[in-house]
Design a protein around this ligand. Sequence first.
Ligand SMILES: Nc1nc2c(ncn2[C@@H]2O[C@H](COP(=O)(O)OP(=O)(O)OP(=O)(O)O)[C@@H](O)[C@H]2O)c(=O)[nH]1
Ligand SMILES: [Mg+2]
Length: 376
Amino acid sequence: MSREDLLQKAKTSRPAVTVFGLGGAGCNIATWIADKKLTGGRIVAANTDANHLVSMTRADKIMLLGEKLCKGHGCGGYAERGAEAAKENLAEIKQELEGTNLLFLVAGLGGGSGTGAMPVVAAAGREAGALTIACVTIPFTIEMSRREKAREAIRSLAESCDSIVVIDNSKLREVAGNLPLKDALAVANALVGSFVKNLTDTITQPSLVNLDYADLRAVMERGGIASIGIGEGDGVNRVEKAVSQALATPLLDITDISSAYGVLIHIVGGEDMTLDEVAIAGEQIMDKVPNTKRVIWGAKVDQNLTGAVRVMAVLTGVTCPFIGEVTTRKEPARIPKEVVKPLREAMEQMAQAQETDDKQSRMEIIKKAAVFSKER
Ligand SMILES: Nc1nc2c(ncn2[C@@H]2O[C@H](COP(=O)(O)OP(=O)(O)OP(=O)(O)O)[C@@H](O)[C@H]2O)c(=O)[nH]1
Ligand SMILES: [Mg+2]
């Protein structure tokens, strides 16, 4: 295949990504993502609270849920109402999800709108054949009864979503310091938001090391509960430092890191980040999770990050004592034929053309592929 053909194929084979923010927190996270410009996906923000939608929410599409039932006033913490409200808009929701290959659902669990609406939208996503990833927060320990509701919601989401990335707000306080509530929520928004944005960017835009939709499926499909960790490093061994930190501080208490079903690593570094550093990080991760073969990683250059690297580690199929055992989604999402792996193909072709065992030459090949992906 010629380079021109490959470029054409890359253009037409991008997966369709939809981000659905639900409820107050979900809409705040969707707004965070919209403000950071999500070029490779469409953002929908849906809530029963008209005022919040009008005054604080930014997205490609704003959707008032359950106008008849809630009259634009919210759900007052009742998840059953949130579910009913979403059902009122089911036709509109389905229309938004038509043709979607990858669906991110974002919400803060524990309230009415987001918690109730999420399983309804997840079921619609599943019907559309999308790989469905929920990204949710569990309320702070002080929100006792809300935590309980969140636990129930996660257990039921496990049956309709492929993976549920869970951030425990209490854990967040441990990592980010004892911040005032408003600031802690802003940190949670940025965390969930950057998770969604980074993944979307890496599978829809050229990156230093590309992740593609098929890679993502390999780790996230029927992945169950997932935990994320973040790390940052600078100076000598900065990538190793950042990876160690990301793996050591998951934002959800999990039982055993080494038994994770899948691992996804995403690295963002300045223009001075080298592929050798990234490759070393990959090896380091493999050592930490000996029981999984499903390790994928992507890397992106961010000009604003000179000298430092940021790492996000996602561990799927983990067990969390607070949530307990969950039943995961049974049938796989349908793979749309048109979603292919152009850049990976290019890399493989180059690797085949110059098959070699020694590390130095392999590095050269990868570098060429990376240049190719940057040029697009
Ligand atoms: N990450 C994040 N979490 C939030 C934010 N606001 C609230 N939360 C958390 O999310 C949970 C649910 O709150 P909301 O999203 O406001 O609730 P809702 O889905 O709009 O539900 P109702 O208002 O009852 O209809 C709360 O218990 C908090 O733990 C926010 O801006 N960001
Ligand atoms: Mg609300």
